[in-house]
Ligand binder design. Sequence first.
Ligand code: GLY
Ligand code: MN
Ligand code: MN
Length: 441
Amino acid sequence: MRISKQEFSRRRKALMALMEPNSIAILPAAPERIRNRDTEYPYRQDSDFFYLSGFPEAGAVLVLLPQRQHGEYVLFCREKDRHKEIWDGHRSGPEGACRRFGADDAFPVDDIDDILPGLIEGRERLYYAMGRDSAFDQRVMTWVNTIRAQVSSGAMPPGEFLDLDHFLHDMRLYKSAAELRVMREVAALSAAAHRRAMQACRAGMYEYQLEAELHHEFAMAGARYPAYNTIVGSGNNSCVLHYVDNSARLRDGDLVLIDAGGELEHYAADITRTFPVNGKFTREQRTLYELCLRAQQAAIAAIKPGNHWNLPHEVSVRVITEGLLQLGLLKGELPALIEAQAYRDFYMHRIGHWLGMDVHDVGDYKVGGQWRVLEPGMCMTVEPGIYISPDNDKVAKKWRGIGIRIEDDVAVTRQGCEVLSAAAPKTVADIEALMAASAAA
Ligand code: GLY
Ligand code: MN
Ligand code: MN
């Protein structure tokens, strides 16, 4: 594992130091989900749960009890079971949870109803993220009610229910050196997958075949699953922001937009590249592409400690609005167009989002009503886009149906920032050179 046992332990200690005195935190593992009769979706552990435990199995519950004499970190998990393990694979069991995952105490999850109320009892505050999993919410209330039913015998139920998200998600926003190494690795292997798609692309192929090239490259590099549903949109489909049909045939003369990133040890990459199916941009495609790229480069240049979160977005809006004005796609005065958000017909999303274990990662974007100031260790995407709807009859025909997004993964450093996904080509010259070389091969 790329994140050490010591780092998981440090995270739990840091979180417990932020918790109120005499409190308890309860976090469930992600539930398994049925895909169709008897088969499940590939299991993906809950990010908060994994961040604190590194424990990959379903059917587990993590409990933190700061200052508990008999151990602060308790894990409930599935018991070892020879028969079940023959069918469904290895289980750590409570003994493995202590030995391999650093739990101070571990119990079979089947005994949780008998044990957990006793751990909650006497703690004044209970941290639990209510509302994510209603079945588990119900169980938490049952445990608390078990204690409430015993107040006449002196039992003390928790009086305050608090959300752990604020502390935990603030911790997750700042990536450690080890996390940054994983983020760099997953961005690099995902960038390699985008290169592979550019090299493999030929008119007449189907969008899903490019998707297959990307997924092959992810999996061969150890990122068995993509971090989110891969988007391969060619022609007009490039204007559909979350297009995932990926079923159309690639046509000579069209652009194709690919938004795809692998997931490695629960960390995501999120990269978009847009390139011509035949390897050569047309004049209009190139004009809009270079405008989008200028906006992206200007936004990346605005990422450094001390600048606020929204500055790269504002920079991208200015560059894109100015460019659309020069091309006659917008008409009017620059400040008024920005004020009226006229660019939103063409650039209808924001510059990006935090990136980490979740592709749209946790962490507040505002603090005390103000945009958050960037600090080293924060990771984000930078993904301006320009999409000219095929039925936008306010613009000349030659522009219609062109959709472009360029998305990189960026870590804030002490001096400025590091582009983690830089190995995916993005200048017109680099894309055309790579594609020409593979066409000749
Ligand atoms: N792939 C999702 C996003 O770019 O936000
Ligand atoms: Mn994306
Ligand atoms: Mn993104």
